[in-house]
Design a protein around this ligand. Structure first.
Ligand SMILES: Nc1ncnc2c1ncn2[C@@H]1O[C@H](COP(=O)(O)OP(=O)(O)OP(=O)(O)O)[C@@H](O)[C@H]1O
Ligand SMILES: [Mg+2]
Length: 264
């Protein structure tokens, strides 16, 4: 039984912008999926639809056997901007992930169950920051903050974690660290994880499965071995990319054949 099911999902913004165009796929429990695609392809829209932050114009999205309607507490989100409270400690920020389970009033009063505090400490341990639990966010590096953001999502006790370009503003080493901890958390807690990434090399190191999005459509679905240079070209530049390399005077038909030969 798939955990996540997109069925003929179309999302229009206004009347003209087709952000998702009749998208269907399923993701099984525990898969670590990475979304690749050029800017404007529809990656964030896909994640937002999945979290219930955006409603599809047509089609349905299911998690388990339930259709998504409204914000889902079983879906944890990690963003490019970490949205931590800078003056709070790593522990305080992680603990705020319990908010969606406990309700606003309890959380506003600072009433957290001992079990939540334990969960927050465990989450910080999962992302390698237990010793930094008492450190304020403002004094942490970008990579550490992102790991606190992951911990906060884990404290929510989600079934699914969605991460929208979680390492976009980090240097390659910090980015790898964050992805390593995200993958570790996903493996340890058997989470289904979907992450959008622009850093293809890093994506290849961590993804079990890749969805290539272009113009609102899923045009690639496979593992790292399937993700050849040609497929990358197709995802990022479109199949017309090859036309630019056709020598002048070659007919379109010949070009198609030559291209087929190259790909074979
Ligand atoms: N709130 C919105 N209102 C109108 N159009 C939107 C909105 N959000 C996204 N779009 C449009 O929908 C399309 C898909 O955008 P989306 O943000 O999902 O792409 P993306 O793949 O996440 O891109 P990026 O890699 O730049 O983050 C784009 O054409 C974008 O301009
Ligand atoms: Mg985006």
């Amino acid at each position: 039984m798939p955990t996540i099911e997109f069925e003929n999902v179309t999302k229009l913004y206004g009347e003209d912008t087709v952000a998702l165009d009749d998208v269907s796929f399923t993701i099984s429990e525990g898969e670590f999926v990475i979304l690749l695609g050029p800017s404007g392809a529809g990656k964030s829209t896909m994640l937002r639809v999945l979290n219930g932050l955006t409603q599809p114009t047509e089609g349905s999205v299911r998690i388990g056997d339930r259709e998504i309607q409204g914000n889902r507490s079983e879906v944890g989100m990690v963003f490019q901007e970490h949205y931590l409270i800078e003056s709070k400690t790593a522990f305080g920020n992680a603990l705020s992930g319990a908010l969606s389970r406990n309700g606003l009033v309890q959380s506003a009063l600072g009433m957290h169950a001992e079990s939540d505090k334990l969960t927050a400490l465990e989450a910080l341990q999962t992302v390698g920051l237990l010793e930094e639990a008492g450190q304020r966010a403002e004094s942490m590096s970008g990579g550490q903050k992102q790991r606190v953001g992951i911990a906060r999502a884990l404290v929510q006790e989600p079934e699914i974690v969605l991460a929208d370009e979680p390492v976009a503003s980090l240097d390659p080493k910090a980015a790898r660290d964050v992805m390593r901890y995200l993958k570790k958390a996903a493996t340890e807690q058997d989470l289904t994880t979907i992450t959008s990434l622009h850093q293809v090399n890093i994506a290849r190191e961590f993804g079990d499965r890749f969805l290539g999005i272009r113009d609102g459509e899923v045009i690639f679905d496979g593992d790292a071995d399937d993700l050849t240079m040609d497929e990358m070209d197709r995802i990022y530049y479109g199949s017309t990319q090859d036309d630019t390399t056709i020598p002048t005077g070659t007919t379109t038909k010949e070009a198609g054949e030559a291209d087929g030969g190259r790909r074979a």
